[in-house]
Design a protein around this ligand. Structure first.
Ligand code: CA
Length: 228
């Protein structure tokens, strides 16, 4: 059952959402403050989706979203009374995936949650990613260039996969670090990222990966995805 973290400081609403999610087969976790939620986000790596209230007693949901995005690309839905355009834009710019204003209909909340989870699943279901002369096959963990296999190290392969899955978007250094930690089971040093990225560039060609100084990297060529 998928875990969803509900971050909401109003007790009745928190309880209602919790019951609603349980009825629909989810496993809800709840937090009433930003610090409690941040702790959950760090200690529960298997959270499938975050539902974030914007106004919290010890900060705002935007700050929380920023912190969550440093570590993960898990879907984030804002749930809030502030439906002004500025708030919506701010939330989405910080990496939020969706925005629901209170009061909301329960059926709408559930269908938005399901839609966001489906989108995430379809990202994971993609098996082949192609861009220009580069082809990455996730079933065989194999990357090739113009039909010839590239000999990529485990970290280089992982970097290429993350970049291609997020083509056109900046992936922050912190997001890579988190993923690399997952892949190798030990914490990667910051320098490891730069070294591996530079090796990867030499192998695939310099036209694909762009460095965004102070932030991270972006795969700048279009990527096509297929399920097989
Ligand atoms: Ca609130």
């Amino acid at each position: 059952m998928k875990k969803i973290l509900i971050v909401e400081d109003e007790l009745p609403l928190r309880k209602n959402i919790k019951e609603l999610l349980t009825r629909h087969g989810f496993t809800p976790l709840t937090a009433s403050t930003l610090s409690e939620a941040a702790h959950y986000a760090l200690t529960h790596k298997d959270i499938a989706l975050f539902l974030l209230d914007v106004w919290l007693p010890d900060g705002d949901g935007f700050e929380l979203c920023r912190r969550i995005r440093q570590n993960t690309l898990t879907p984030i839905i804002f749930l809030t009374a502030c439906d002004d355009e500025e708030s919506v834009v701010k939330g989405l710019n910080l990496g939020g995936d969706d925005y629901i204003t209170k009061p909301f209909r329960t059926a709408e909340l559930i269908s938005r949650i399901q839609a966001n989870l489906r989108r995430q699943e379809s990202l994971n279901a993609v098996k082949i990613l192609c861009s220009g002369d580069i082809r990455l096959d996730r079933r065989q963990c194999l990357a090739s260039k113009s039909g010839a296999a590239l000999s990529l190290g485990a970290v280089e392969y992982q970097l290429l996969l993350i970049l291609m899955q997020n083509a056109g978007r900046i992936v922050k250094r912190e997001q890579f670090m988190e993923k690399l930690w997952d892949a190798s089971g030990k914490f990667a040093e910051d320098n490891t990222l730069s070294v591996n990225m530079s090796r990867l560039r030499k192998k695939i060609g310099t036209e694909y990966i762009e460095t965004i100084r102070g932030f991270g990297y972006r795969f700048r060529q279009p990527v096509t995805e297929s399920l097989e």
